[in-house]
Design a protein around this ligand. Sequence first.
Ligand code: GTR
Length: 326
Amino acid sequence: MKRFLTVLAILAVALAALPAAAAPEMVLRLGETHVADYPTTKGDMEFARLVEERTGGRIKIEVYHSKQLGEEKAVIEQVQFGAIDFTRVSISPLAAFAPAFDALQMPYLYRGEEHMWKVLNGPIGEEFLNSLEPANFVGLAWYDSGARNFYNSKREIKSVADLKGLKIRVQESKLMMGLVSALGAVPTPMPFGEVYSALQTGVIEGAENNWPSYFSTSHYEVAKYFTLDGHTRVPEILIASKTTMDKLSKEDQEIIRKAAKDSIPFQIKLWKEFEKVSEEKVTAAGSIVTHLTPEAVAEFQKAMDPLYSELKPELQEMVRKIREVQ
Ligand code: GTR
């Protein structure tokens, strides 16, 4: 009995010495459309982990993946109102709230991936992150999203003519509607989560996205023709509600900004790995991948000319600056 009591006493002393798990003072929410094991969602989670660690557990960010808080556009609206604290989105739908962002997602704008990162990591990228405040957002960080390509259920696309008349789903973005129209196809804007069944039932015949999204949404099961036309590189962005940020101390705002930036290399690394896995998986599952000839690429690029000439002068000026970045 005595021995038992001694053990109990030791245990009690040991337990009392353990630091109590601090309950967070603030729990914030981040909305994400992708599933939990998607590289971008893991980037969000890394951001949340860094914030929690660097605030000693005072600020906890809960990541609601798989559209639990709604589709992309609806979540952006709620972040604008301050009802949701953070989200990670493609800049395509964000451009409806901050039109200058169209300049960053013009077709065939970047000479390649390296050029895009030079732009995003330089003064232009910083200017865009800071430009969101009048719309009540705080731009935190850029994430990788590869290049977007067309895929469809009907036929191989080897030239612009092959796209003619195809009903192609686009994000809720005017620019993307114009892009698809310029190629002679019929743009159909629709939330991301509705694309699979729309392809399956024939409401649409195609869509466009990067390898990871094509794979992770299983669109490859219902649209097996994938053409590597790389029409756009659309960066993704982590944003906060300015309403939320304004409630925080300057120090905590800084922790959040830095944590977001520090999560970028992690997201990019996972992105690269998952791009490869996605390509392998869809090919093994029977997707037919078409590489364009240089002539066909030139034809796709030429078809985009009207989109550039229709841009507002200040956006044309931004495009010029982006192209100058070496
Ligand atoms: C993905 C992107 C999502 C969403 C989706 C779409 O590549 O990561 O945020 O914009 O495309 O096409 O709706």
